[in-house]
Each structure stands twice: as C-alpha cells, then as structure tokens.
Design a protein around this ligand. Structure first.
Ligand code: CMP
Length: 228
C-alpha cells in the first residue's frame, strides 16, 4: 500500500472521517500536510492564535492547562485517529490549552479553510465532529465532578483504578500500576505535588495502595475502602 493508500485507510478508521466513500477520502487525503512532533515538544501553547486542525496518525499528545507556578492539569490525552485543534478552528478564539507530545507523534494538519470546505461538501463529517465533541464534554463533566466532590485521596484512587482497569495487569488480585512522579500524578488529578505526596502517604498507611518496587498495587475495592 502506498502513502496515499495508508492515509486513506487511516482516515477510514478515524473518528471524523469514518464511513465516507473512498472517492471523498481520496480527495480529503490530498489536503493534509504532515509533521513529526518529537516527544516532549509543544505543538502550540494555550492562548496562541492559530486555527489549524490536526489528526493524530501515530503517538500520543496531551492537552493541558498550566497555572502561574507551572502546575499542570491534564485535560485529555489523545491518540491515533483522534483530532485536536478543532476549538480554535471552529470559533477562531485563542487555543484553549497547551498541546504537548507524550510520545514521538506523527500529525496530519488541515488549514481552517480546507476543513470548512470539507465540512460543507460532506455534512456527515459535521455529525462526527459533534459526536466527538459531546464525548469530550461528557469526559470533562466526569472530571469536573471528581474535582468538585472528591478529595485528593479519592481522586488518586479513582485515577489509579482507571489506569489499572485499562492496562488490566494484576498481582495478588490487585491492579498493578507503574509508579509516576508525584508531580505527574498531581497533573492527572488536579492537585499539587505536595498534596499528592501527603495523600499517597495516607493511602499507604491505610493499606489502600501498596508499594511494590516500580509499581503501586491498588485493590479493586479501593474506592469502598476509603469512602465506605
Ligand atoms: P484548541 O482550543 O484549538 O487547542 C487546544 C486543543 O486541546 C483544543 O482545541 C482541543 O482539541 C483540545 N482540548 C481542549 N480541552 C479539551 C478537553 N476538555 N478534552 C479534550 N480535548 C481538549
């Protein structure tokens, strides 16, 4: 399969362009520009003024907010087949978040004009955009709920259980989750490094989270154990 064939195949499986006829996918594939984003590199910063939209071909990025002390809140991690940059593309306001490559990442970019033209010609894509935005809103609501109603200990347990369930690796009936720095964990649960260090100590003391070398062991019932 040539480069164009690979892109068409990719578009066919992507969130936005799935279910389009081959001839439309071929036309759309010609509009993209391709770029590599090395791990750790910033694609753009929050408040930047640009309006291109990107499709992730390979790798992973995160969309984050930072406070004035450099504390990070990860809003979302996005991987192959997902898109980003649609918010500024749609409303032409500054970027809502900073986007950073978590892995070496390959992106395909589309200018605002090119994407709007594609939308006009293929109304089904607009429905896919709306569906994807609704899914992101649901996910964000879920995160707001945790920030509003749970304390840091409970947010850590919830996050580690999500990671544990996703990876599915267990030891003695407990989820085995690779340790991360307290700062990275704080950026996932919307807290400070100091608060996370304190909460992890408490969770360890209560036996809810156990240390096992480079891993944390988390009981599948951890949520009930801290929040009976
Ligand atoms: P844009 O505002 O153009 O630039 C930052 C991008 O991060 C944004 O478009 C979205 O693609 C992405 N983004 C921002 N907030 C969220 C969120 N809550 N969930 C998923 N992606 C987001």
């Amino acid at each position: 399969m040539g480069e164009t064939g690979r892109i068409i195949d990719f578009l066919r499986k992507s969130v936005l362009f799935r279910n389009l006829p081959e001839s439309d996918l071929r036309k759309i594939s010609l509009k993209f520009e391709f770029m590599d984003l090395p791990m750790g590199e910033v694609l753009f910063y929050e408040k930047d003024t640009s309006s291109d939209m990107y499709l992730i071909l390979e790798g992973k990025v995160r969309a984050s907010l930072f406070d004035e002390h450099g504390n990070e809140l990860v809003l979302a991690e996005l991987g192959p087949g997902e898109f980003l940059g649609e918010m500024s593309m749609i409303d032409q306001l500054p970027r809502s978040a900073t986007v950073i490559a978590e892995e070496p990442t390959k992106l395909a970019s589309l200018s605002r004009d090119a994407f709007l033209k594609i939308l006009r010609e293929n109304p089904d894509i607009s429905v896919n955009v709306i569906k994807a935005l609704v899914a992101r809103l649901r996910r964000t609501d879920y995160m707001v709920e945790a920030l509003a109603f749970r304390n840091v200990e409970s947010r850590i347990v919830k996050f580690l259980l999500e990671v544990g369930r996703e990876r599915g690796v267990t030891e003695n009936g407990k989820f085995k989750v690779r340790k991360m720095t307290h700062r990275d964990l704080a950026s996932r649960v919307g807290s400070s490094r100091e608060a996370v260090t304190k909460a992890l100590k408490a969770l360890n003391f209560k036996g809810v989270i156990e240390d096992s070398g480079n891993f944390w062991l988390v009981s599948p019932n951890a949520e009930e154990e801290i929040d009976p």
